[in-house]
Design a protein around this ligand. Sequence first.
Ligand code: JBE
Length: 229
Amino acid sequence: MPLRIDVITIFPDYFAPLQLSLMGKAQQSGLVTIAIHDLREFTSDRHRSVDDTPYGGGAGMVMTPEPWGQAIDAVVTDQSTLIVPTPAGKLFSQPVAAELAHSTHLIFACGRYEGIDQRVVEYYRPRIDVRELSIGDYVLAGGDVATLAMIEASVRLVPGVLGNPESLVEESHQLPGVEYPSYTKPPTWRGLDVPEVLLSGHHDQIARWRAEQSTIRTTHNRPDLLPGS
Ligand SMILES: Nc1ncccc1[N+](=O)[O-]
């Protein structure tokens, strides 16, 4: 059963990159199907408007609920998971990507402006799995880039998408902490040598060195990921 993904957005062109590389191959292989829907196709006024001023005042505009209701109703099933990218959401992570990779149907609602009228979440929450998710503590202009990131992180975990599932095992965020540094040919580059141990062929010494490097890097870059932190 392929993973089905429906993306609803006012900028369908943002999702052209999903036709490239690994994401494109995943679709050609039939493991994943991705459809992009223009929210404005679900408006009914002449100006195809999708936003209005916020109740309670404040700057910016809020996306009106009805076009979203029409667009989501057009694709939703009782197997759907509705994902609303928002800085106010729970933090997206590798474990969440693994969960999404094993879903049946994902609907991404890419909001712009100050976000989507909250009643859209309130309306679907009793009916299907609804997740407000954030990819990080910074503010983007809308949910489209966040959706691209979440689709890429999730689809690469769909069984069969990655040619070599082995590369998933060692990946950062699968093991505690971040990944050790990587090197390839040439053995010397601009006077810089590859660490000797990596050329030694001693696999247990290499494993030890990589574990040490991972701890050093995690301590320096991401102490929050250290075990027991
Ligand atoms: N960080 C974000 N900023 C705007 C919209 C969505 C976002 N997110 O992380 O899902």
